[in-house]
Design a protein around this ligand. Structure first.
Ligand code: DQA
Length: 142
């Protein structure tokens, strides 16, 4: 089964960026862990990160055309702003699991709204980077 992990803006700076909120592990190191986890779960994994909304949308369309069945998606700040990303998710048959490293509901009120959650299968928020592993495990059972 082919699945993807898609990360939005500023997540390339994990490990450097506000480590108290997002942890000290770098994006590159997380990618290595995700590949290992996917292998253990018997999943084939594609990874992508971008700071650009259009590039994320293009990747969603491309993955859908390439037969990706499920996507672990952290839209980062675009969660709270992007109708275009929400429409991109709704334009495919892929299963999306929305993941946030921090608990967005304990933070500023502008983070309490997610445009993408209503078109996702479920949302994991506040479990740190363990949320990605939990989402991969869920997808492997689908
Ligand atoms: C985030 C939460 C968002 O509010 C924020 O803009 C991010 C990261 C998280 O993983 O906790 O960039 O999606």
């Amino acid at each position: 089964k082919l699945v993807g992990i898609l990360n939005g803006p500023n997540l390339n700076r994990l490990g450097i960026r506000e480590p108290g909120l997002y942890g000290s592990q770098t994006y590159e190191s997380l990618c290595k862990d995700w590949k290992k986890t996917a292998h253990t779960l018997g999943l084939e994994l594609v990874l992508y990160q971008s700071n650009h909304e259009g590039a994320l949308i293009d990747t969603i369309h491309r993955w859908a055309d390439e037969g990706v069945e499920g996507v672990v998606f952290n839209p980062a700040a675009y969660t709270h702003t992007s109708v275009a990303l929400r429409d991109a998710l709704a334009s495919t048959d892929m299963v999306f699991i929305e993941v946030h490293i921090s608990n967005i509901y304990t933070r500023e009120s502008f983070r309490h709204t997610s445009y993408t959650a209503p078109v996702s299968r479920g949302v994991i928020s506040g479990l740190g980077t363990a949320g990605y592993t939990a989402a991969l495990t869920y997808l492997s059972g689908q």
